[in-house]
Write a protein that binds this ligand. Structure first.
Ligand code: EPZ
Length: 421
């Protein structure tokens, strides 16, 4: 298994180009199943989860042509309506094929995604929403068996559905299902994340009739069919936020290219509160810092509030900032796996339920730590960048799921990060 060796202490300076967003690319790749001709995508990041999704779609019969960040998908001839356990277990987002398969083919057999390190992550709202649209769904041998063959012309029926919790992929799954349903669907308490908006924009280019994406009420008027389109995936605000925190923690000046500021308001606000200078331009963000930061309180919540996917990164910042801070995680029940690893680096953190109390220390000490989930791994890289001496991060396959060319990008900014097998 690969490891990362990080020599701490370097200030980061220079420019870094932000890649396309993993959490927009995954649902948009699955949306290809809805079309009867080719969906042409660009800015698709080279990530393990993207590879897994493409592998799953090819397994179903989608013809995929991938060159660098370009991916063309042709779902004209689908042979299988099943997402098998072996594939779903490695990536929960495979659940995103359920809505499109049911909408276009009236049938789907998708393995229930297991939980993961950060929580049980049920998909009950995805299922309830599809049932509200008339689907007959039962769980058998760990698979979601869904059908619409009992419905008028075997199609999902538009419905009004209020989601108990804000769910990002739940909103995306139901939006895809509704795109080809009979009649109009209204999703209430919908997720407002930029990745949901980006996916809606792609569906609209494919012929879908969607209003309200980015607000908590999304209205989808079902159409007969969807056609192919060309779409550039929105930039990855979480990758961008990760590099911004790295620049603030190490001190230095880093300019991010291909990024939109309005996707990161809460993160920018917190970085400024911590004492970093953040300058936003058309599609660049520059972070300047002397590395001496003040601790900031963090409370995660659905967009536009502070994103849960940036919680671990700001925990790393707080471990070496001046003062005491509270980090509260309201989205997932077990998203503090990085805490015990940071304590190995000398961080002073106490957990009380879903809140961590962080007391800043003058310096972290390099040590061997273990990555447990994607964003926890990123936070350990950030801690390693400022720790004294060498930090070794094991199980970095977690990182490869969500960060394209991480060590190249950090080394180009002056860091000292080496991957060893
Ligand atoms: C998406 O996961 C992202 N993944 C996650 O990013 C992100 O952390 C999360 O949204 C929250 O922003 C992708 O987009 C591929 P949710 P998702 O459904 O959709 C509960 C990363 O690091 N819930 O919004 O799975 C759920 O347990 C990943 O890039 C139900 O109870 O998250 C959680 O507590 C990690 N029933 C809360 O809602 C459901 O049917 C929010 O989950 C669905 C969700």
């Amino acid at each position: 298994m690969d490891k990362l060796l990080i020599q701490g202490g370097a200030r980061l300076n220079g420019e870094v180009t932000v890649s396309g967003a993993k959490n927009a690319a995954l649902p948009i790749l699955c949306a290809a199943l809805l079309a009867e001709d080719t969906l042409k995508l660009s800015s698709v990041p080279k990530l393990k989860d993207v590879g897994t999704t493409i592998h799953l779609l090819e397994h179903m019969g989608v013809k995929v042509n991938r060159q660098a960040d370009k991916v063309d998908l042709d779902a004209r001839h689908i042979q299988s309506l099943e997402a098998p356990y072996e594939m779903v277990k490695t990536m929960r987002a495979s659940i995103l094929v359920l809505g499109p398969l049911l909408a276009r083919f009236g049938k789907a057999r998708v393995s229930l995604p297991g939980g993961c390190a950060i929580g049980s992550r049920p998909v009950d709202l995805h299922i309830k929403g599809l049932q509200a649209m008339g689907a007959k769904i039962h769980i058998e041998h760990g698979y979601i068996e869904a059908t619409t063959e009992h419905l008028p012309n075997k199609r999902l029926q538009g419905a009004r559905y209020y989601m108990d919790l804000v769910t990002v992929t739940g909103t995306e799954n139901l939006m895809m299902a509704a795109a080809l349903a009979n009649g109009t669907t209204v999703l209430e308490n919908a997720a407002k994340e930029p990745e949901v908006v980006d996916m809606a924009e792609c569906l609209i280019k494919m012929g879908a009739k969607i209003k309200g994406a980015g607000t908590d009420v999304i209205t989808i008027e079902g159409v007969e069919k969807l056609h192919g389109a060309t779409h550039q995936v929105v930039c990855d605000r979480i990758e961008a936020g990760t590099y911004m925190v790295a620049a603030a923690m190490t001190g230095g000046e880093v300019k991010l290219l291909n990024v939109k500021e309005n996707l990161l308001d809460a993160v920018i606000e917190k970085l400024r509160e911590a004492g970093a200078e953040v300058i936003c331009d058309q599609n660049t963000i520059t972070v300047k810092s002397d590395g001496k930061l003040k601790a900031v309180n963090i409370r995660t919540a659905p967009h536009p509030a502070f994103p849960t996917d940036m919680q671990a990164q700001f925990m790393a910042l707080n471990t070496v900032a001046e003062g005491v801070s509270k980090v509260t995680e309201t989205i997932f029940e077990n998203r503090f796996m990085h805490v015990q690893e940071m304590q190995r680096l000398g961080a002073n953190i106490d957990i009380d339920g879903n809140t961590a109390l962080v007391k800043g220390v003058a310096q972290l000490e390099g040590a061997t730590v273990m990555a447990t989930d994607l964003r926890a791994s990123a936070s350990l890289v950030l801690a390693g960048l400022v720790a004294q001496g060498q930090t070794v991060i094991e199980r970095i396959y977690h990182l490869d799921r969500g960060y394209e060319n991480l060590e190249e990008k950090f080394n180009a900014l002056g860091a000292n990060v080496k991957r060893v097998s």
